[in-house]
Design a binder for this molecule. Structure first.
Ligand SMILES: C[S@@+](CC[C@H](N)C(=O)[O-])C[C@H]1O[C@@H](n2cnc3c(N)ncnc32)[C@H](O)[C@@H]1O
Length: 247
């Protein structure tokens, strides 16, 4: 994306005002922050408490569902080489504008989380999977695709909507609450929201070890490390291939 930082404050304000749908609050210049609805700095406080490294020098980072790029640009600021991925075009989100103003080197890919593969994207030391999981029809498939691009021992940070039903939310049984049609926040893309036990269980089923979790209201967070587990790998391959039955 951009390489030459824009410093003219009037021009930056004009660019910000020219985009109607900011989601993130990205500080583009002293006193100029994009007017997003998302409390981006609070999200970062929660991730830092979960162990997001302050120094990411030498790390390769993937930000899935990067939207306007708040977390991508923050990881770049912390020294990482960053890839941002979103199925929304960066001209439709505010990513292109923010990237140009910041003179960012973050590489944006317009792609679906289900398209992730080691062959196409390489391996990452840290993957941010924030605010995307509950939008997916196939959450376990997505975790499998994410796992395929996490380097051995690499970290995944997850943030998601949790079940809005107190009985489900508070249960120790791993449960996922399904939202037909547009029954969660009038948004037809919202499909599955786990309880905390369900989030941990599914992440672990996809060859991660959950190192830390946190809940903030109806949002759940997890930090997980990629592991190898041949039994889990067998059942993943069984589900996605053919000819393995009974082995
Ligand atoms: C609620 S926003 C979260 C933005 C950011 N990750 C955060 O946590 O602040 C969800 C983002 O995920 C993207 N998204 C949803 N489903 C996706 C998919 N299947 N593949 C790639 N991106 C997806 C949307 O376009 C949107 O930018």
């Amino acid at each position: 994306m951009g390489t030459q930082k824009i410093t003219d404050s009037a021009r930056i304000k004009e660019l910000v005002a020219g985009h109607a749908n900011w989601y993130h609050q990205v500080e583009l210049a002293p006193g100029v922050t994009t007017p997003g609805s998302h409390n981006s700095s609070l999200g970062l406080v929660y991730l830092d408490a979960l162990g997001l490294p302050a120094d990411c020098s030498g790390k390769r980072v993937l930000d899935i569902g990067c939207m306007d790029g708040f977390f991508s640009f923050e990881m770049e600021r912390r020294g990482a080489e960053v890839v941002g991925l979103d199925y929304a075009d960066p001209e439709i989100t505010g990513f292109s504008i923010a990237s140009s103003v910041l003179g960012s080197q973050v590489e944006h890919h317009t792609a679906n989380v289900y398209e992730l593969s080691r062959e196409r994207f390489g391996a990452f030391d840290i993957v941010l999977f924030l605010g995307v999981l509950y939008h997916l029809r196939n959450p376990m498939l997505a975790f499998d695709r994410v796992r395929s691009v996490v380097a051995d021992g690499g970290l995944m940070f997850v943030e998601t909507q949790l079940s809005t039903d107190p009985t489900v939310h508070n249960s120790d049984v791993p449960l996922w609450h399904y939202f037909p049609r547009s029954t969660l926040h009038q948004d037809g893309t919202n499909k599955w929201a786990p309880n905390p036990a369900g989030l941990k269980a599914v992440i672990e089923e996809c060859e991660f070890e959950v190192l830390q979790t946190a809940d903030h209201g109806d949002r759940g967070y997890a930090r997980a490390r990629a592991i190898a587990d041949h039994e889990l790998e067998f059942f993943r391959k069984l589900d996605s291939g053919s000819g393995m039955w009974g082995r």
